[in-house]
Design a protein around this ligand. Structure first.
Ligand SMILES: [Zn+2]
Length: 290
C-alpha cells in the first residue's frame, strides 16, 4: 500500500508535468464503465462518469498538493476553483504519457482506468491493478470530510502538540501505541511500515498500551515517526506492494528498513518477532523494544 512518502513522490513527479495543462477530455476503462453502470463506485466516487467528465473538462490544473496519503488536484475554470481528491488504494499509480503504451510496464498498461486528456496532447493516466484507489470530484474542500478529520502534516509545527493532546484522550489509554499512531486523527500518514520502523527507532514495543508510555517517550516516538517518513521521502519510498512512481520506477527505502520485513533485527542481530497488531502484520524486536 502506498504510504505518505510514496504519495509525496507521486506529487513531486506529477506536478511539473501537469500544472498549467487544460483538461480536454476523459476516458474510462471498460471495468470502470461496467462497474458504474451496475451501481458500484468503481474508482470514480461520488458522481456518475458523465458528471465527472463534464465538471472537469475545460478546467486548468492549477495545483497539486498532498494531504496525508491523498492527492488534491486543484482545477480552475472561469467560474471557480474546484477539486479532484485521489488516493492510490493498494496499487494505484499515475503516469503522464503521449500514449498508453509509453507507460512501458504491462500491468499498468493493462489496468489503466482513467485517461485525462490534456491540451498538450499528453494524457494523465490512472492505473490500478486492484482497483481500491479513487478519484472523487468535489466543488469545495470542506466536502472532503475524510481529509478534514486528519491530524496536521507530521512536518508542520503544530503536529507534535496535536499528537500529544490526542494521546491524552481516554479512548486511547488501553489501546496499543501502534494502533494510536496509525490512526489519522493522531498522526497523519503513518502507515504500517513506517509505524513499525518508528517504534523500533524509539525502542518501544508495539504491544505497549498508550497509558504506559510517558510524555518524554511519546515525544521521542513522534520524532522517530518524522525521521522515518523523511527517510522514506529521501529514498524514493518503498516498493513493497508494487508501488511505482510517475517514471515507472521503484523506490528503494525498503533496503533501509531496520525491522520491517526482516528476519534479523538490524540493530542487535536478534530474531524479529511478528504479530498482527491493529489489523496489520507487525515486525519488532523484543530485545531492542521494551
Ligand atoms: Zn534488536
Amino acid at each position: 500500500m502506498p504510504e505518505l512518502p510514496e504519495v509525496e513522490h507521486v506529487k513531486r513527479g506529477l506536478s511539473p508535468k501537469i500544472i498549467g495543462e487544460i483538461i480536454t477530455g476523459v476516458h474510462f476503462s471498460e471495468k470502470v464503465t461496467a462497474g458504474k453502470s451496475s451501481g458500484k463506485q468503481t474508482i470514480i466516487k461520488g458522481t456518475d462518469l458523465e458528471t465527472f467528465e463534464r465538471n472537469i473538462i475545460g478546467s486548468t490544473i492549477k495545483a497539486l498538493d498532498r494531504r496525508s496519503k491523498y492527492l488534491i488536484f486543484t482545477l480552475e475554470n472561469e467560474w471557480h476553483e474546484h477539486y479532484i481528491i485521489s488516493h492510490l488504494g493498494m496499487s494505484g499509480a499515475y503516469f503522464v504519457v503521449d500514449q498508453l503504451e509509453d507507460i512501458g510496464i504491462p500491468n499498468y498498461i493493462n489496468h489503466w482506468h482513467v485517461a485525462v486528456h490534456l491540451q498538450s496532447g499528453r494524457q494523465l493516466i490512472y492505473s490500478d491493478i486492484r482497483r481500491f484507489g479513487e478519484l472523487r470530484y468535489i466543488e469545495r474542500l470542506e466536502e472532503a470530510t475524510q481529509i478534514m478529520a486528519i491530524a496536521p502534516e507530521p512536518f508542520d509545527d503544530e503536529a507534535l502538540d496535536y499528537y500529544l493532546t490526542q494521546l491524552t484522550a481516554s479512548k486511547w489509554q488501553g489501546r496499543t501505541i501502534k494502533e494510536a499512531i496509525m490512526n489519522h486523527s493522531v498522526v497523519s500518514g503513518c502507515g504500517n511500515i513506517y509505524a513499525c520502523e518508528a517504534l523500533h527507532l524509539a525502542r518501544i514495543n508495539p504491544n505497549k498500551t498508550v497509558k504506559r508510555i510517558g510524555r518524554a517517550k511519546r515525544i521521542e516516538l513522534f520524532q522517530a515517526i518524522v525521521h522515518v517518513l523523511n527517510e522514506g521521502i529521501k529514498y524514493g519510498g518503498s516498493s513493497i506492494s508494487s508501488y511505482r512512481n510517475v517514471e515507472g520506477k521503484e523506490g528503494f527505502m525498503q533496503t533501509r528498513f531496520n525491522i520491517y520485513g526482516r528476519k534479523i533485527c538490524a540493530t542487535c542481530g536478534g530474531p524479529v518477532s511478528q504479530k498482527v497488531i491493529a489489523t496489520r502484520n507487525t515486525h519488532y524486536c523484543t530485545h531492542c523494544q521494551k
